[in-house]
Design a protein around this ligand. Structure first.
Ligand code: UN1
Length: 513
């Protein structure tokens, strides 16, 4: 049996020999309990990583704080040159890292490569940004005065990332933060710790080649208790956290409790509205990739299809038919469409969702189920399922991180579909499939979708890095990645300079001595 080049990829990334006895990553402050990383692909133990103790965390913080003193003084375009080199290294390691992502997390190899491509793209974006950290100039109301604003580095940025995008989400944060002159401490998901070590190794090599302190990038490992060290630490002015809404609420409160800043990118409950003017073929591709890609474990995954009653049966039949073609199996085998869920806990949640939707009166149109037998030994492979449901069902109101798609019906005007789409607690991604300009524009208008992402004739997942990424309501309100998302990684300073020999006061106040 082929191992799809996994051993070679692990060697190339320097994560093959990690075990209890050795330290992990060159600047990995971890000496605590062992975290075992099992692959959901074949259930095998890939390697072990040590978790971070309180003392380790202090060391990381010291390395980061001292690195910040050097890094913040480097002109931003010179920092850009370092990020350019980091992007080049990622290009060299794209296949190996894509493979590790696929093997440790379970998404298809193509999607693993896509994730590394997002890292490369954000590096390119960040390099350009390094010459564009613009502030504004204003006209002072006082004669002989100049007023402007500038952006300064914040300091140590804490990054907490999720298992589903174990490398890209870190890079969106860290590439921008680095350009802004910040240093980062990263706690990857304890479900994908090797991806963290691999990325740290790549970053460390670049810093070393440039005689820069490795503390610009620090890696800590462990569960929420390790994350808590950062959320409660006043030395961390910004915590960027990606994951569940439950986790985000805790992080938000802890960080707000000390008046720190947080950037939250949490759960979604993303819908595609399918109107009578939709292109059915495009709808099927968008909906099926959206629902089963990454085995339904993207925060942008399509959870709900809101279909007009006049075309409901036609769309349903086409999608059910497409589900019949799906091949489920080893995600490194490129003939498969769907890989495993991350672990058996996730399988349990998937099963609960299917039970619950039936209990609430839903109707299963594509049966789910856990696969067993040859190739499915990990117990993490499930069949993507479809259920007809009602918008108000409790299960439909919640995000289940699994390939379960709900079909909902609307009648009459597109406004009715928009109401259903908005009537959930989450607000990440949304889409409309229509060739009707009026419907599309209404969906995008002030009275349209309330999500951070709203697409026309594209599915809900697979956003490009160039736009700001994130959403409203329980999705947390944060924006990462492109556009002006960089501003949260800096502190804004307003400067007023008087070049006269008088000292006039603003607002015309007279104060004669
Ligand atoms: C995530 O699931 O946390 O838009 C990120 C997408 C990807 C990123 C998803 N570019 O689907």
């Amino acid at each position: 049996a082929t191992d799809f080049g996994i051993q070679k990829a692990l060697e190339q990334l320097g994560v093959n020999e990690i075990n209890e006895g050795t330290s992990t990553g060159s600047n990995n402050f971890s000496n605590g309990d062992i975290i075992e990383s099992f692959s959901p692909v074949d259930g095998k133990l890939i390697a072990k990583v040590k978790s971070t103790t309180k003392e380790d965390y202090e060391k990381a913080m010291q390395a980061a704080t001292s690195a910040f003193k050097t890094w913040r003084l480097m002109p931003a375009p010179q920092r850009g040159e370092i990020i350019r080199q980091f992007g080049d290294k990622l290009r060299e390691k794209k296949e190996a890292l894509g493979k590790l992502v696929s093997y440790e997390m379970g998404k298809s190899y193509q999607e693993g490569l896509g994730e590394v491509q997002e890292m490369i793209d954000i590096c390119d974006f960040a390099v350009g940004l390094s010459r564009q950290l613009h502030g504004l100039t204003m006209h002072s109301e006082r004669p002989g005065h100049r007023m402007y604003e500038q952006y300064h580095p914040l300091g140590v940025v804490g990054i907490i990332s999720a298992f589903n995008f174990p490398v890209a989400v870190w890079s969106w944060n860290t590439a921008l933060a680095w350009i802004c002159g910040d240093v980062c401490i990263w706690k990857p998901s304890e479900k994908a710790p090797l991806c963290g070590v691999a990325c740290q190794n790549i970053a460390a090599e670049v810093f070393k080649n440039n005689n820069l302190p490795e503390g610009i990038s620090c890696l800590i490992n462990g569960d929420y208790r390790v994350g808590e060290l950062m959320t409660k630490d006043t030395r961390v002015p910004l915590v960027s956290a990606t994951g569940s809404t439950r986790m985000g609420k805790i992080v938000a409160q802890e960080v707000a409790g000390r008046l720190g800043k947080s950037l939250l990118e949490l759960g979604g409950n993303n819908a595609i509205i399918v109107t009578p003017d939709a292109d059915i073929k495009m709808t099927v591709i968008g909906a099926v990739f959206g629902a089963v890609g990454t085995c339904g474990q993207r925060c942008t995954s399509t959870r709900r299809l809101i279909i007009h009653d006049s075309i409901y049966d036609k769309v349903k039949d086409a999608i059910v038919d497409a589900y019949g073609q799906l091949r489920i199996g080893n995600p490194l085998d490129e003939s498969n469409h769907v890989g495993p869920l991350i672990d058996t806990d996730a399988v349990g949640m998937y099963q609960n969702a299917l039970t619950q939707v039936v209990e609430e009166g839903g109707n299963i149109v594509v049966e789910g189920g856990v696969l067993s037998g040859e190739g499915y030994e990990s117990g993490c492979y499930v069949k993507p399922a479809i259920a007809e449901a009602e918008p108000h069902f409790n299960i439909v109101q919640h995000e289940t991180f699994a390939p379960v798609l709900y079909l909902l019906k609307y009648s009459g005007d597109v406004e009715n579909a928009i109401d259903i789409q908005n009537n959930v607690a989450q607000g990440l991604s949304s889409a409309i499939m229509t060739n009707n300009l009026r419907e599309a524009e209404r969906f995008l208008s002030h009275a349209g979708s309330d999500c951070g992402i709203a697409n026309v004739n594209i599915g809900t997942s697979g956003a490009e890095i160039g736009g700001a990424f994130g959403g409203e309501k329980e999705t947390g309100g944060g924006r990462e990645s492109g556009s002006d998302a960089w501003k949260i990684y800096m502190r804004r300073q307003t400067n007023t300079i008087n070049y006269t020999t008088e000292l006039p006061l603003a607002q015309g106040i007279k104060f004669d001595l």
